[in-house]
Design a binder for this molecule. Sequence first.
Ligand SMILES: *[C@@H]1O[C@H](CO)[C@@H](O)[C@H](O)[C@H]1NC(C)=O
Ligand SMILES: *[C@@H]1O[C@H](CO)[C@@H](O)[C@H](O)[C@H]1NC(C)=O
Ligand SMILES: *[C@@H]1O[C@H](CO)[C@@H](O)[C@H](O)[C@H]1NC(C)=O
Ligand SMILES: *[C@@H]1O[C@H](CO)[C@@H](O)[C@H](O)[C@H]1NC(C)=O
Ligand SMILES: *[C@@H]1O[C@H](CO)[C@@H](O)[C@H](O)[C@H]1NC(C)=O
Ligand SMILES: *[C@@H]1O[C@H](CO)[C@@H](O)[C@H](O)[C@H]1NC(C)=O
Ligand SMILES: *[C@@H]1O[C@H](CO)[C@@H](O)[C@H](O)[C@H]1NC(C)=O
Ligand SMILES: *[C@@H]1O[C@H](CO)[C@@H](O)[C@H](O)[C@H]1NC(C)=O
Length: 542
Amino acid sequence: MANKWVVRPEGVIMVSLVLLTFSCTRRVQGLPFPAPDFKNCNNSEGCCPPPYNGALIQDFYVFDPTLPMRIRQPAHLLDDAYIAKYQRAYQLLRELPDSDGRSWKNQGKLHCAYCNAAFYFPIDKSRLEIHYGWLFFAWHRFFLYFHERILAKLLDDDTFALPFWNWDNQSTDPPLANVLPYAFANKKYQNKSSSLYDVNRNVCTKRPNIIDLQSTLECVNQTATLKASLREANNRIMYNQMVTGAPIRRLFFGESYELGGVAGLGAGTMEAIPHGTVHFWTGNPKATVEFADMGIFRYSAYDPTFFAHHGNVDRLWEVWKALPGGNRKDITDSDYLNTEFLFYDENGNLVKVKISQALNHISTLRYKYANVPNLWIHSGSDAAYKSCFPASTTEINKMILNTHALNTSNLNTFANSTITFSVQRPAKKQLHGEEVLVIGGVNVTGSEFKFLIQAFLYFPTANVNTSITCPQFFGVLSNPALTFGDTVPDSKKEWRLALTSKLQSLSMDQFSHVVVTLVEATGSFPQYLQLKLTAKIVYFEY
Ligand SMILES: *[C@@H]1O[C@H](CO)[C@@H](O)[C@H](O)[C@H]1NC(C)=O
Ligand SMILES: *[C@@H]1O[C@H](CO)[C@@H](O)[C@H](O)[C@H]1NC(C)=O
Ligand SMILES: *[C@@H]1O[C@H](CO)[C@@H](O)[C@H](O)[C@H]1NC(C)=O
Ligand SMILES: *[C@@H]1O[C@H](CO)[C@@H](O)[C@H](O)[C@H]1NC(C)=O
Ligand SMILES: *[C@@H]1O[C@H](CO)[C@@H](O)[C@H](O)[C@H]1NC(C)=O
Ligand SMILES: *[C@@H]1O[C@H](CO)[C@@H](O)[C@H](O)[C@H]1NC(C)=O
Ligand SMILES: *[C@@H]1O[C@H](CO)[C@@H](O)[C@H](O)[C@H]1NC(C)=O
Ligand SMILES: *[C@@H]1O[C@H](CO)[C@@H](O)[C@H](O)[C@H]1NC(C)=O
């Protein structure tokens, strides 16, 4: 999701950079984050949740194994009775006083605080940021769990389950899944008296528009032709971010992040796109605070669509683990498993949990997702599309000879919105690792967001008109995908693209170099993008 660091005063940006730089030099490495003390919260946007109020912090929270199994349903298939219950739950939540840690406002603040590096740790001055790295999936799973339990308690109904927004289903059969679900958006429910209504939504979300998983904030009225190509592109994005682009956990979950480390060294494929782009598509770029509510950390949890959106993200975590391939497993690093968070439980008590408790959602957390097939596994695959640039082995070898490596002393400009370069592959193959192309030197100056860079392999003529359905497409970068803002210096921002599985899928694993073409897909190379690109290929362990 968009990190609107820019809405913060310049001073804050500078201060936290200094703190982080300082903490780097005396890194307490290899320590999991302890639960933040709510007293150690510093945020100029009013995000800090109410401090510890004397109620016992349960250390550790014991999840109730006798709760009924809750089944989270796709939001587009809810019936009127369920929507009425769902609406009542949010009505009750909105009525809680703010002295109650569970209140509507406090739920929104909790997300904001964990997102804007508000919590600090006196031991190290590290600031906790749950985005752009491996904490993303687990933190949000807990947040949804407790949010769902709070709603269930208010309804006095332990079977209550949050629905999920099934935006990855591109079916053209009604009711559509890849639009803002009716619960939030039809005439009956989208009015100011509905608790599921949110005033700050993008006009893009109005029907008959369908979702754009590569949203760059612009929205146009969608013709039938545009919708058809959006559906294909959405399937391709899902396939790339879940399958070829994320064959190993480091690429799916994102970079590691421990106490003493720099926050946000790298989002996983799903966190960046589509998770971030759905936030952007939903938030209103013209709101008083740009992109509120869904498009900005500070406000996103104030729109009930947040929880339906994250339900799908959470579901896709399980889907990813079940994909064939063998290296799609949860992280087992003890710093990850022992990282702790605090949440308000359904009784309003502050409780402590650790990531290891999030990993079994069925036996520990007692919820499941309705079993929906994932259409993109086939319709978005490389095999579903014809090669866009068929070339013989001789032609590829010639292409490699004719393509320069990046000249790292120059600022890169994209002639006709593209740049092509070659990168040498490691001479020695490693059997127990994934070859990963690491591109550095992406510098976004200022607060702009409208760029979208698509990457193609062995396809030097790819241009702004090239469809990502081409099997040669292998990655996409946009602002939500970048590690940016005040937590990470530009020199550390990297874009990581999986190669082993992609080269196998293209049957092009035999060459000494890859030839990479980057296309700035919005068509106009933006001034605020300053690229001094570097590229290398390294092995990431499984
Ligand atoms: C809190 O943040 C402000 C800037 O917003 C800074 O001046 C102050 O030193 C910070 N305090 C702590 C304890 O980090
Ligand atoms: C507005 O929403 C409320 C709550 O769902 C509903 O009862 C009412 O019928 C809606 N009003 C209109 C004019 O659609
Ligand atoms: C989209 O359609 C709406 C309703 O027909 C119209 O008011 C609006 O101006 C159109 N927007 C664009 C960008 O064409
Ligand atoms: C996708 O949504 C359509 C339309 O509601 C539905 O018929 C279909 O079962 C859904 N498909 C999957 C795979 O969930
Ligand atoms: C890289 O670009 C610089 C400046 O244009 C030039 O002087 C240098 O020769 C180039 N290096 C290579 C290896 O092409
Ligand atoms: C840009 O594209 C146009 C049209 O395809 C072509 O004529 C022109 O040579 C291209 N320019 C560069 C610098 O590649
Ligand atoms: C892309 O398509 C548009 C519209 O057909 C055309 O005007 C433009 O020249 C094309 N660009 C390139 C680089 O081929
Ligand atoms: C990024 O661009 C800005 C603006 O031109 C520049 O001041 C800064 O030094 C650049 N940072 C890096 C790491 O290139």
